[in-house]
Design a protein around this ligand. Structure first.
Ligand SMILES: C=C1C[C@]23C[C@H]1CC[C@H]2[C@]1(C)CCC[C@@](C)(C(=O)O)[C@H]1[C@@H]3C(=O)O
Ligand SMILES: O=C(O)CCC(=O)C(=O)O
Ligand SMILES: [Fe+2]
Length: 392
């Protein structure tokens, strides 16, 4: 079966890609270090943090997000599993987002992970900078990504770890000890346990997603079982002009699914659905699950990559923990045959996670159009593009 370019790709001129890169060149001499304690006490925010009005229009109201109870699915109860799969199918077809409860992750681990993030972000800036992210790496601390971008800076600090599962026992504690000191061993152990819990949960969710798509239930679980995921702690400090900036700009996660934990009592996450932005209030005991670009491609566009953003506020700082499930770097992202029906066109070319990841780190700042721009870039820059377009 041949690939047919969606019209939207044809309408997207290459110049868009160039603009995105030029604006965000990390070598800009005006780049500075984000010191939230200093910056939030100034009369106004630095201009680099001001986002265009079109990207920060306010949320209309709260979204009653679908809540999927995983208890029956874990017990192997057929009727509950079908009900859960139906909820997942309708949410993912609609906007690519749902919440899960009775997920089996211990509340004390969740509390520990959030408290540990608070402990880290409260450290003096000079201490946090000892673990600062190296160019093109997913490990370490960043303030407002000001080392990479020079405009539309996000009002946040992040601490990230690349997580490639069981093969990498102790890498997180080792990383923190090497960069911050031996007293960070406990912090590393908490994140290690949290990552393991997220890995297990994300593979179970992949099984449920497989059921919901009518694909063999082990298909996606196996596809991701040796994945190379990313864990990120986000800290959004209070902001004196929250209506001018964003904590995380509008985007679709380039990854496969994201399991997001919102700190208990501070709003911030918004999802774009039904033509407008809607607030997703933190729900006690629940995780938010987003479909990302890689899964959208893997389902041949059946499930939507969720468009979302995080806003900030004047009064309370906010934290969230995001676990991004990704395939092994060299795995080819191609929908299973049963998701490409007779006569149906492939919506996206084959690619590997390493290719899409590199694209987001070296060529294009992830935003609302990452997947379509990436697909267009692959097809225009690669001589073997016809190989990527067969259903295989
Ligand atoms: C592959 C990735 C790129 C980002 C980190 C991981 C997963 C999510 C992506 C991101 C969070 C999407 C929004 C924009 C971004 C720059 C951010 O604000 O953090 C993205 C990440 C990144 O490139 O660091
Ligand atoms: O903090 C949030 O609520 C959202 C964060 C997010 O979208 C991300 O890190 O990709
Ligand atoms: Fe996101």
């Amino acid at each position: 079966m041949e690939y047919s370019s969606p019209t939207s790709l044809l309408l997207c001129p290459p110049i868009d890609l160039i603009q995105n890169v030029e604006k965000d060149a990390g070598s800009d001499s005006s780049s500075f270090v984000f010191d939230s304690t200093h910056h939030r006490n100034q009369a106004s925010i630095p201009r680099q943090f001001v986002w265009p009005a079109s990207e920060r229009s306010g949320a209309s109201n709260e979204l009653q997000a679908p809540v999927v109870d995983l208890d029956g699915f874990f017990r192997g109860d057929r009727a509950s599993t079908e009900l859960a799969a139906e909820l997942v199918r309708s949410a993912c077809t609609d906007h690519g987002f749902f919440q899960v409860v009775n997920h089996g992750v211990s509340p004390s681990l969740v509390a520990d992970a959030l408290a540990t993030a608070e402990e880290f972000f409260k450290l003096p800036l000079v201490h946090k900078l000892r673990a600062c992210r190296k160019p093109r790496s997913m490990w370490g601390y960043t303030g407002a990504h000001s080392d990479r971008f020079s405009s539309k800076l996000p009002w946040k600090e992040t601490l990230s770890f690349a997580n490639d599962g069981m093969a990498s026992q102790s890498v997180i504690p080792d990383y923190l000890i090497a960069n911050l000191g031996t007293e960070f061993h406990r912090m590393g152990k908490v994140y290690e346990r949290y990552c393991k819990a997220m890995e297990d949960l994300s593979l179970s969710i992949m099984e449920l997603i497989g059921i919901s798509l009518g694909v063999d239930r082990s298909h996606f679980r196996e596809f991701f079982s040796d994945g190379s995921s990313i864990m990120r702690c986000n800290n959004y400090p209070q902001c004196q002009e929250p209506e001018l900036t964003l904590g995380t700009g509008p985007h679709c996660d380039p990854t496969s699914i994201t399991i997001l934990l919102q700190q208990g009592d501070v709003d911030g996450l918004e999802v774009f659905t039904g033509g407008g932005w809607r607030l997703v209030r933190p729900m006690s005991g629940a995780f938010v699950v987003n479909i990302g670009d890689t899964f959208m491609a893997l389902s041949n566009g059946r499930y939507k990559s969720c468009l979302h953003r995080a806003v900030v506020n004047r009064i309370r700082e906010r934290r969230s923990l995001a676990f991004f499930l990704c395939p092994r770097e060299d795995r080819v992202v191609r929908p299973p045959g049963c998701l490409v029906e007779q006569g149906e066109a492939r919506k996206y070319p084959d690619f590997t996670w390493a290719e899409l990841f590199d694209f987001t780190q070296t060529q294009y700042r992830a935003d609302t159009r990452t997947l379509q721009t990436f697909a267009q870039w692959l097809l225009s820059s690669n001589t073997s593009s016809s190989r990527r377009l067969c259903s295989g």
